[in-house]
Ligand binder design. Structure first.
Ligand code: F6P
Length: 554
């Protein structure tokens, strides 16, 4: 794999940054009437404005040249062709096949996977119909009205984020809960709110071996059996979503109550597969299908649009510019839509598990910084929490501002107020406020000179904080699907440029293994164990302290 930092495009970008670093983004707007039109793109119901980044035409040209040097177009083709691009796990990456209703065929190792996708989707549809019409009932013949999705990571964040985002589409009388944490309080608190006779537990796990999910699923099963359920009733109240049929059977879930997906669907890219069952049950299968169709529209755009007009490509390239040249090590996701409150958490996994890598695909160390820290909260809440640092902190943090023009629940002028904040923040982050302006303002307020001198530095904003704005008409299943697909492809393109494999996640393994070693060393409540003498001194000290507290517990 060639070193991206040695390419002509990379070196040109470094020179571009040096050339424009003294000017400001605000100044770049002056005398350039076409900047907004040139640096914005529209696709699949989404509009992206990236003009508030510190870029020039040369920068954009060199970013596109960089994409060419990294062979983004070739990588895109290889992904859609089913090549084994996740080579450390020996897998293809074909989640777009799950949402392609155009009857196009996709192949993995010479096998056409599309018929199986359609069969599984039909099975999901039939299952949803059974639940929604009341044909499929609980063991006491009451209709199922509650679902508890038990999963973690991609088997939780995606479906949960979508269910929350599509709240206005929830079917009447239906409730959805998500249990992910192995902290028993999560399951305990949920079980207090549900009725075993009317609840369906959806055990969602690609591998069906994940400690948290299996522990929660086993405890849920015990609770069900203790609360009126019999072993023979399990099929009516437990379904599994997995690629691992054998493990599902061993758990005690009937294979007929299992919905499958495939190893070419990465965990964090799986909400489009059977893992989306909780979505379909909560918002209706039709809306689930619309979500898939929205994502497909963005896929079609990503496949066909030239690089310069390609929304995920441009979003990715601007991200590379900010990460590697401007030096932004963190990136904020700031949805101005309360229903998107889980989007930052969802994108944290999607992005950080994909591109948080320090070796390139061929195992050599990367020569440039890779994935940034992703964080965020909905606006305007974040404005009253961490935006202070975005505006005046010592680090430059890039951000995506996301907003629908029309709210799903227009009440009075709430949405106008929300949108005015959405626009004001990106303007303020870009333009900042000079010390001269601050002084002039304080002077006009007739403040004494000593006070002006003291306050001016605190009230000065450096500006030049890069932001993207993504707007769309309304948060519908279609726009949400497109929005998620936009980020999926952005992450993929960045991975290609940085030369990393965005589809494995070996970095999560070490902690899992060590936790297994430590588990038998933690005492039961009221049990005293001899002091543990293994591990490093800190881990040993903490372990013995915890064991003492647990042993002394009344
Ligand atoms: O530990 C990380 C991870 O493997 C994620 O990639 C995945 O989304 C999550 O765990 C859950 O995995 P599974 O669906 O196999 O339970």
């Amino acid at each position: 794999m060639s070193d991206i930092s040695k390419t002509l495009a990379w070196r040109s970008l470094a020179a571009d940054f040096a050339a424009i670093s003294a000017s400001t983004t605000g100044a770049l707007f002056k005398g350039d009437a076409g900047r907004f039109d040139r640096y914005s793109v529209e696709a699949a119901g989404l509009f992206l404005d990236y003009s508030k980044n510190k870029i020039t035409d040369e920068v954009v040209e060199n970013l596109i040249a960089l994409a060419r040097e990294a062979d983004v177009e070739g990588a895109r083709k290889r992904m859609f062709s089913g090549d084994t691009i996740n080579h450390t796990e020996g897998r293809a990456v074909l989640h777009p096949a799950l949402r392609d209703f155009s009857m196009r065929d996709y192949f993995v190792d010479g096998e056409n996977i599309s018929p199986a996708v359609r069969v599984e989707l039909d099975k999901l549809r039939a299952f949803c119909d059974g639940i929604h019409t009341g044909m499929r009932k609980g063991h006491t013949d009451k209709p199922i009205d509650t679902i508890v999705n038990i999963g973690i990571g991609g088997s939780d964040l995606g479906p949960q984020m979508v269910v929350e985002a599509l709240r206005p589409y929830w079917l009447d009388g239906r409730r959805a809960f998500f249990v992910s944490n192995v902290d028993g309080q999560h399951l305990h608190d949920t079980l207090k709110d549900v009725d075993p006779e009317t609840t369906l537990f959806i055990v969602a796990s690609k591998t069906f071996t994940t400690q948290e999910t299996m522990t929660n699923a086993n405890s849920a099963k015990k609770w069900f059996l203790k609360n009126g359920g019999k072993n023979k009733n399990i099929a009516k109240h437990f379904v599994a979503l997995s690629t691992n049929r054998h493990a599902v059977e061993s758990f005690g879930i009937d294979p007929d109550s299992m919905f499958v997906f495939w190893d070419w669907v990465g965990g964090r890219y799986s909400l489009w597969s059977a893992i989306g069952l909780s979505i379909a049950l909560q918002v209706g299968f039709e809306n689930f299908e619309k979500l898939l169709r929205g994502a497909h529209a963005l896929d079609e755009h990503f496949r066909a649009a030239p690089l310069a007009d390609n929304m995920p490509v441009m979003l990715a390239l601007i991200g590379v510019w900010n990460r590697n040249f401007v030096g932004a090590a963190s990136h904020a996701i700031l949805p101005y839509d309360q229903h998107l409150h889980r989007l930052p958490a969802y994108l944290q996994q999607a992005d950080m598990e994909s591109n948080g890598k320090r070796v390139t695909s061929d195992g050599t160390s990367v020569s440039v910084a890779t994935g940034p820290v992703i964080f965020g909260e909905p606006g305007t809440n974040g404005q009253h929490a961490f935006y202070q640092l975005l505006h005046q902190g010592t680090d430059v943090i890039s951000a995506d501002f996301i907003a629908p023009a029309i709210s799903q629940s227009e009440i009075g002028d709430h949405h106008q107020k929300l949108l005015s904040n959405f626009l004001a923040q990106t303007e303020a982050l870009m333009c900042g406020k000079t010390t001269e302006d601050v002084r002039a303002e304080l002077t006009s307020e007739k403040r004494p000179k000593s006070e002006i001198d003291a306050l001016a530095p605190h009230k000065t904003f450096p500006g030049d904080r890069p932001t993207n704005s993504i707007v769309f008409e309304k948060l519908t299943p279609e726009t949400l699907g497109a929005l998620i697909a936009l980020y999926e492809h952005k992450i993929f393109v960045q991975g290609v440029i940085w030369g990393v494999n965005s589809f494995d996640q070996w970095g999560v393994e070490l902690g899992k293994t060590l936790a297994k070693t430590i588990l038998p060393e933690i005492t039961g409540l009221g049990e005293h164990k001899p002091e543990i003498d293994t591990h490093d001194a800190s881990t040993k000290g903490l372990l013995n302290r915890i064991n003492k507290l647990r042993g002394d517990a009344k």
